[in-house]
Design a protein around this ligand. Structure first.
Ligand SMILES: NC(=O)c1ccc[n+]([C@@H]2O[C@H](COP(=O)([O-])OP(=O)(O)OC[C@H]3O[C@@H](n4cnc5c(N)ncnc54)[C@H](O)[C@@H]3O)[C@@H](O)[C@H]2O)c1
Length: 255
């Protein structure tokens, strides 16, 4: 494997499972020292073992993305332990699978505090740190196809992802002068704990295979590859971009 991130330090949020885990493993495999964020009540052991097995280096970084103070402290801690901060991947999110009628104010607040405010705080704090260090950097915000299409049990979640996609584009526009690129990845259907319930529904796999141009659900490692590309110097002229990584899912309208 190439080592595009040798000597660099990355923070990946929600990296205990799914796309975040695959991204942490990918970045570490390519030489980055990775701060593996996870919710304080969960365990990052699996991610840390996978990174070790891949010959990479990482450390556990518990923090609840809903808690701005904890997120700010986490960014400072990653920069302290790594000696610098080069990359932030804002990936942590929840998708509680609620119809609009069932979305309580508490559930709505939880969604926006995790998916939007948490993403905002980690990206802006990361940017402040990179600006203070003076060497530029790169940020990827993980959004969703839900920034473009609605779904009956994801209406409030769709709003959070619309916000994330636009925040990424707008942040890219203001951080370019500091040598910081900000890009957004919008995954389609990917096999992770978040999508497990959806994919278990009767006929779900048949539906997705018919709708998705490439005819299959994505693997977390395929999203990690796109995120790694956007962080790397291979994307040195890419900022404020949104990359739809959905294998031709949402373009395939049933007209
Ligand atoms: N799986 C898909 O089909 C799909 C599709 C589109 C977008 N996405 C997006 O991809 C990203 C990763 O999701 P995933 O599919 O890997 O699912 P996942 O549930 O495995 O990953 C989300 C991670 O975020 C963490 N998290 C949630 N709340 C947190 C908090 N308060 N503090 C810290 N961590 C917290 C979870 O513990 C989990 O590890 C999310 O932003 C999601 O919206 C996923």
């Amino acid at each position: 494997m190439e080592r595009r991130f040798a000597g660099k330090v990355a923070l990946v949020t929600g990296a205990g499972t799914g796309i975040g885990q695959a991204t942490a493993v990918r970045l570490a495999s390519e030489g980055a020292l990775v701060g593996v964020n996870r919710k304080p009540d969960l365990d990052a052991g699996e991610t840390l073992s996978l990174i070790k097995a891949a010959g990479g280096e990482a450390f556990d970084m518990p923090a609840d993305m809903r808690d701005p103070k904890a997120v700010k402290a986490m960014v400072a801690e990653v920069a302290k332990r790594g000696g610098r901060l080069d990359y932030v991947v804002s990936n942590a999110a929840i998708n509680p699978d609620l119809t609009w009628e069932d979305t309580s104010i508490e559930a709505f607040d939880d969604l926006y505090q995790t998916n939007v405010r948490g993403a905002w705080v980690v990206c802006t704090e990361g940017a402040r740190q990179m600006i203070a260090e003076g060497h530029g950097g790169a940020i990827v915000m993980v959004s969703s196809i839900s920034a473009h299409v609605g779904a009956p049990t994801q209406v409030a979640y769709c709003g959070t992802k619309g916000a994330v996609s636009m925040l990424g584009k707008a942040l890219g526009a203001v951080l370019g002068k500091h040598g910081i690129r900000v890009n957004v990845v919008e995954p389609g259907a990917v096999a992770t704990p978040m999508s497990a319930g959806l994919l278990r529904a009767p006929d779900a796999l048949k539906y997705y295979r018919e709708r998705i141009a490439l005819g299959r659900i994505g693997a977390p490692s395929e999203l990690a590859a796109s995120i790694a590309f956007l962080l790397s110097d291979d994307a040195s002229y890419v900022t404020s971009a949104t990359l739809l990584v959905d294998a031709g899912f949402i373009v395939n309208a049933e007209l």
